[in-house]
Design a protein. Structure first.
Length: 544
């Protein structure tokens, strides 16, 4: 287990805090902005209902054993049955040496067994590393198991042949174990295994599309802070149904799964149809791309919904907030699922990503980590109890992205690489990733700003804009009936000429990655094909 405080000081340049002083890191701000920096940037102080996620789940299993913990494919599991089944599995894993502080790989698919594996792992004070078999490449499975030094890999019997295992690892199929009465036994000296708030709970790995997957070390304190306080708890409670629709390797799946179990709700695990699940639940957590694929008119029973992971189209937010409490939220995996959220209303002037969640902070800083005036665009740095332990076995990347917090000595902050600014009312406007601030013909262009302009057309539900080369932008819009000329006219009316895309291509639905985000790699390939096959682009190049 890495000590982030020790390694994060590496690689910090002497001038990295220029513009501030040790005595007053807010010296660059006016008195008015200094007050707003503190008022806007600090979330409320609130103690989570339990110190660890395992404590919260154990409480639910012991206090409402007959309540339905989850349902999947017509099969239910009660909290009491989950408690007994996870005890059996924990006893087997204990026999193979799994102990507090270890990592257990969870290589399977959405299922009731998945929940048994999660709870059993947590009962031993270990952390779990989830991967979706059939989606994750075999090499990624080998990498995750190797770098975590997992002694045990959990799976399902029908998937066991697809899971790579070394001689140092033990593969356990959960399904024959969880209902075996011969394995009934209480865990001896459970205090020995109990996790502390500072212990790791999950190892979440990036998709690896830009290189080797990096493992983010998420602690129980991190999770309890977002899942056991409002608004992150999403109103989950006994009697409410929570959808589990996302990839199990995606950080937002932990929001669905652990949020439901820790708050005593019923998790509804989807089969092939996301729509069918969305029509059954009270709480729905999604990416905007997935939510945009649903028929909202058939989901009117949803009471609370939230999106994160990518920019949310304003029409989507307006539609869902017209019938439920709708949170537009934001936060990378490294800040524990989300660190900002705010209910949206159709009559709001701005679709914001909200305010800092409890016990968390957000700062808008320049490249020297100097606070910017309120209303100025800059990079969002996240601080507080959301900040995770850093990347597993990657001290250089940890040192680059995690830094000591100059505004809260003794704490850490994380570079989200998201661009944002404060509104006058203390909400955050999101302007995309730093990587999406590109140069076209020498001009700086915010790709998400172009997409937002396209979405102002009444025929366009969702848009994405990509840099094709140093002179060319290409946009894709959905649905297929959306008019490219009408959408492009909104860009021309709202943004400078150099922001106009060379082509606007309508698609029935924008392609998604297995984690539910827009598949920009595939879209770039489609842009290649479109421009190669089109002598005259849909939209004339603005330079002509």
């Amino acid at each position: 287990m890495q000590d982030i405080a020790a390694i994060s000081l590496k690689g910090i340049k002497p001038h990295s805090l220029s513009g501030t002083t040790k005595e007053d890191p807010l010296a660059a701000l006016s008195d008015a902005d200094r007050d707003r920096f503190l008022a806007f940037g600090w979330g409320p102080i609130e103690a989570p209902r339990f110190p660890t996620i395992s404590d919260a789940i154990l409480h639910q299993m012991r206090t409402q054993p007959d309540a339905i913990a989850a349902t999947c494919g017509g099969e239910d599991i009660t909290y009491g049955t989950l408690d007994a089944a996870s005890n059996r599995l924990a006893n087997v894993m204990r026999g193979y040496g799994v102990a507090r502080g270890d990592v257990v790989c969870l290589y399977l698919r959405r299922s009731l067994e998945m929940l048994v594996g999660i709870v059993a792992t947590m009962k031993l004070g270990a952390a779990y590393a989830p991967q979706h078999v059939g989606v994750a490449p075999t090499e990624a499975l080998r990498h995750v198991a190797g770098i975590t030094e997992a002694k045990v890999i959990l799976t399902l019997s029908e998937l066991a042949s697809d899971v790579p295992v070394t001689a140092e690892q033990t593969l356990i199929s959960i399904d024959p174990v969880m209902y075996d009465p011969a394995l009934d036994d209480s865990l001896p000296d459970q205090a020995t295994y109990a996790a502390t708030p500072e212990d790791r709970a999950i190892l979440l790995f990036t998709s690896g599309t830009t290189g080797v997957p990096n493992g983010v070390q998420v602690t129980h304190k991190n999770l309890a802070n977002i899942l056991l306080t409002a608004p992150g708890d999403m109103g989950m409670r006994p009697g409410r149904k929570v959808g589990q629709i996302l990839s199990i390797a995606f950080d937002m799946a932990a929001w669905e799964t652990l949020g439901a179990l820790a708050n005593g709700a019923t998790l509804v695990i989807r089969g092939k149809s996301i729509q069918d699940t969305a029509e059954q639940v009270d709480v729905l957590i999604s990416t905007p791309s997935i939510l945009n694929s649903l028929d909202a008119s058939r989901c009117q029973q949803v009471k609370v919904a939230a999106v994160a992971g990518e920019p949310c189209p304003r029409p989507l937010a307006d539609l869902w907030s017209s019938f439920c409490t709708f949170h537009n939220s934001c936060g990378p995996t490294e800040t524990t699922i989300i660190n900002t959220a705010e209910p949206h209303h159709p009559d709001k002037a701005v679709l914001s990503i909200g305010r800092p969640t409890p016990n968390n902070t957000v700062y808008i800083l320049d490249e020297d980590l100097t606070p910017l005036p309120i209303g100025a665009k800059g990079v969002m740095w996240a601080g507080g109890d959301c900040v995770t332990m850093g990347y597993l076995a990657n001290p250089d990347l940890t040192a680059d992205r995690y830094r000591p917090d100059p505004f809260r000595p003794g704490h850490m902050m994380f570079n989200t690489r998201d661009l944002g600014r404060w509104t006058d009312t203390g909400e955050l406007e999101h302007f995309g990733r730093v990587d999406d601030l590109v140069k076209i013909r020498g001009f700086r262009v915010e790709l998400d700003g172009v997409s937002t302009a396209l979405e102002q057309s009444d025929c366009c539900a969702q848009a994405v804009t990509l840099k094709y080369d140093n002179r060319t932008l290409v946009s894709f819009i959905s649905p297929a009936t959306a008019c490219p000329k009408k959408a492009a006219a909104e860009v021309e009316a709202r943004l400078p000429y150099y922001c106009s895309p060379a082509a606007v291509v309508p698609l029935e639905a924008l392609p998604r990655t297995p984690r539910g985000k827009l598949d920009k790699r595939l879209l770039l390939q489609m842009a290649d094909q479109h421009l190669a096959n089109t002598h005259t682009p849909n939209i004339t190049d603005a330079a002509q």
